[in-house]
Design a protein around this ligand. Sequence first.
Ligand code: CMP
Length: 141
Amino acid sequence: AVERTLSIIKPDAVAKNVIGEIIARFEKAGLRVVAAKMQQLSREQAEGFYAEHKERPFFKDLVDFMTSGPVVVQVLEGENAIVQNRELMGATNPKEAAPGTIRADFAESIDANAVHGSDSAASAEREVAYFFAAEEVCARS
Ligand code: CMP
C-alpha cells in the first residue's frame, strides 16, 4: 500500500553537507518527498518527539545531539514507505548497518546516526502530525 513516513536528516548529516545525497537515495528508491523543512529543534520539541525514550539512559544525549544543529524533517510517500525507508537507512547502530545503507555510508555513531525514520504505521502517523499540519503535506501519488 502507499504509505507516508517521517524522515529526519539529523544534525551530523546536515553538518556533513550530504542532505542532497540522502534525499537522492530516497528518490532513487521510488519514494517521493511530500513535505520538507529545515529546522533548529528546541529541547522541548526534541523531548516531545522522542517521548517514548524518556526513561532510557541515552535520552539526554539524544536530545543534546538532536538540538546541536539544524535538521531536515520530511514526509516520504510511496509503496511500503515505512519499511522501505528503514531498509535504506540500515541498522540504528552504523557499525551494524549493511553496506550501501545511509547509516553505513554517512553515520559515525549510534547517536550521530545521520537519519531517523518512523518504525511503524502508528509511529509514522504520530510523527508526521508532530511536525506537519495536514495542509503542509502535498499529495503526489
Ligand atoms: P532514532 O531512530 O532517531 O531513534 C532514537 C535514537 O536514539 C536512535 O535513532 C539513536 O540515534 C539514539 N540512540 C542512542 N543510543 C541508543 C540505543 N542504545 N538504542 C537505540 N537508540 C539509541
